[in-house]
Design a protein around this ligand. Structure first.
Ligand code: FES
Length: 134
């Protein structure tokens, strides 16, 4: 088994290729569902510590936040009706543009109609990659 062409021109091992290219089942579910259930591999270098970086995982916006203790991945789909929320550094909340829902820094509902927290996805650093998903 040889190496497959990789993301950004970098060769990936067979395992990393399969992980990175595995389709996620989220598209078959409602838009407010988080992506899953297979992991996606992303280059660690894209995520400087302390910066919130939004990536697309099977078309779904996911925020990756790297810290000294590791990495977290949070779906940016509002749990009310699935609009994309965005982080406001000034207000310290995730704000939803559709019905003015707000979530705190941990993704918990703070204001408005969202019924539950923003979904988090399993994420870990594995060598030069961030793996998002199980
Ligand atoms: S979709 Fe976000 S508050 Fe309604």
């Amino acid at each position: 088994m040889g190496e497959k062409p990789g993301v950004c021109g970098n060769p990936l091992s067979r395992r990393a290729f399969l992980v990175a290219c595995a389709p996620l089942a989220a598209c078959a579910r409602g838009r407010s569902e988080p992506p899953g259930p297979r992991p996606v591999a992303l280059p660690l270098e894209r995520f400087p510590s302390g910066l919130r970086v939004t990536v697309s995982v099977s078309g779904h916006p996911v925020e990756i936040l790297r810290s000294a203790s590791g990495v977290t991945a949070r779906s940016l789909l509002c749990t009310h009706q699935g609009c994309e929320v965005s982080w406001s550094e000034v207000d310290g909340v995730y704000a939803c543009p559709c019905h003015e829902g707000k979530f705190d820094a941990e993704g918990r509902p703070k204001e408005g109609p969202p019924p539950k927290p923003l979904a988090t996805l399993p994420a870990r650093i594995d060598g030069p990659l961030v793996l998002v998903g199980p």
